[in-house]
Design a protein around this ligand. Structure first.
Ligand SMILES: Cc1ncc(COP(=O)(O)O)c(C=O)c1O
Length: 382
């Protein structure tokens, strides 16, 4: 039989169903899902509104190229309007976060006529060649023909020197996710923003992981006093249906007109139905506020019960994007958690990352925190 090439290590579980914050394996064992497919299922699994909207659309139209109009386009735009950052007036849709980053970069090159991009050390923006070029980790980049016009910087003094009149864009993640759940400092974001504005380049905020309520705000850039020119979204915006989005201004996106960019599947009817249902659910369930509240309780519990353990270096993050930085790689702790019915994922080299759905409950969090404590101490002693 043909074999599925797995990009990631096999966790040895057959997942057969999910409901809200839980998934079940083929032995009918329940797990609290804080992996959520790398942060996708922020609205949980099998949400009735998602199911209804997708199945209704599936029985209408198989596809609708953006050369044509179809009702779901307007319906989805109505919904998208409610989450579009203030001052922006346009959105492009794609099938993944990487593709959306790619389009954001192409927009800045086309609009400014410049090539240089400034990105941050520790960044992750995807694995297609453009998005990989602004991804820092050599583990992902080595051996591939990445662009040479990308400069990676770390701190405020670099920002002042490196962002110049050849720079098309600065790209940041408000909290570096894959890099290890590392929130950017306000100073660094402020200086990057002011510098890129001073040289008439564009400020790209990649919220593929942090966006759509994940950090307890609709968009995490709102924690900083900045206004992105381009905002990139993905993961949870389609609640499991593959969607990437670029929000921006007509003025910038128009530079890709005339066939300079395109996508067969971007903005297809099923994706639009998924986006519409996801946004309506996000708003009607008040998911952002709930994520904020759940995130504070989760952080408090982690600080109370886990932070003081010897193997723990630091606890970081915001809302429901939290990381526990250990003094060793987290694989065994992740396996131990899985044995206890808890799914989490790795970030950086030593971080246990939690990306649960917004409806994770107090009891679930207690189970997770107690389990984490046991797994950390059981492995290395406390
Ligand atoms: C911040 C960020 N940007 C871009 C991507 C790439 O998204 P995708 O895997 O959907 O291509 C990711 C994926 O983890 C991400 O975390």
């Amino acid at each position: 039989m043909v074999e599925l090439f797995r990009f990631y290590e096999d966790r040895g579980l057959v997942l057969v169903k999910g409901y809200m914050q839980y998934v079940w394996d083929s032995n009918d064992r329940r797990y609290i899902d804080l992996h959520t497919g790398h942060g996708v299922a922020f609205l949980g699994h099998s949400h009735p509104r998602l199911k209804d909207e997708l199945s209704a659309q599936a029985s209408r139209l198989a596809t609708c190229s953006l050369s044509f109009r179809c009702p779901i386009q307007d319906e989805a735009l109505d919904a998208l309007d409610k989450i579009t950052p203030k001052g922006m007036d346009s959105v492009m849709l794609f099938n993944s976060g990487s593709e959306a980053v790619e389009a954001a970069l192409k927009t800045t090159w086309a609009y400014t006529g410049r090539r240089k991009i400034v990105a941050l050390k520790g960044s992750f923006h995807g694995r297609t060649l453009g998005s990989l070029s602004v991804t820092w980790n050599p583990k992902y980049r080595n051996g591939f023909p990445v662009m040479s016009e990308v400069v990676f910087i770390k701190d405020v003094s670099d920002a002042e020197n490196v962002v110049d009149s050849n720079t098309a864009a600065v790209i940041i993640e408000p909290i570096q996710g894959e890099g290890g759940v590392i929130p950017l400092s306000s100073d660094l974001v402020k200086v990057l923003y002011e510098r890129i504005k001073a040289v008439d380049g564009l400020f790209i905020v990649d919220e593929v992981q942090t966006g759509f309520g994940r950090t307890g705000a609709l968009w995490a850039y709102s924690y900083y006093n900045v206004k992105p020119d381009i905002l990139v979204a993905g993961k949870s915006i389609g609640s499991g249906f593959p969607v990437g989005a670029v929000f921006s201004h007509r003025e910038y996106l128009n530079s890709l007109k005339g066939g300079r960019h395109g996508s067969t599947f971007g903005g297809n009817p099923l994706a639009l139905a998924a986006v519409k249902a996801s946004i309506e659910t996000l708003l009607s369930d008040d998911a952002v506020t709930k994520a904020n509240m759940a995130g504070s309780s989760f952080m408090d519990m982690l600080i109370k019960k886990v932070q003081q353990l010897r193997p723990v270096r630091e606890i970081r993050g915001r809302g429901l994007m939290l990381g526990v930085d250990l003094r060793f790689p987290p694989s065994r702790v992740l396996n131990c958690l899985q044995e206890k019915g808890i799914l989490a994922l790795k970030a950086g080299v030593t971080v246990v990352r939690f990306l649960p759905p917004y409806m994770i409950g107090h009891e679930d969090m207690e189970v997770v925190v107690d389990g984490l404590r046991e797994c950390i101490c059981g492995e290395h002693g406390c």
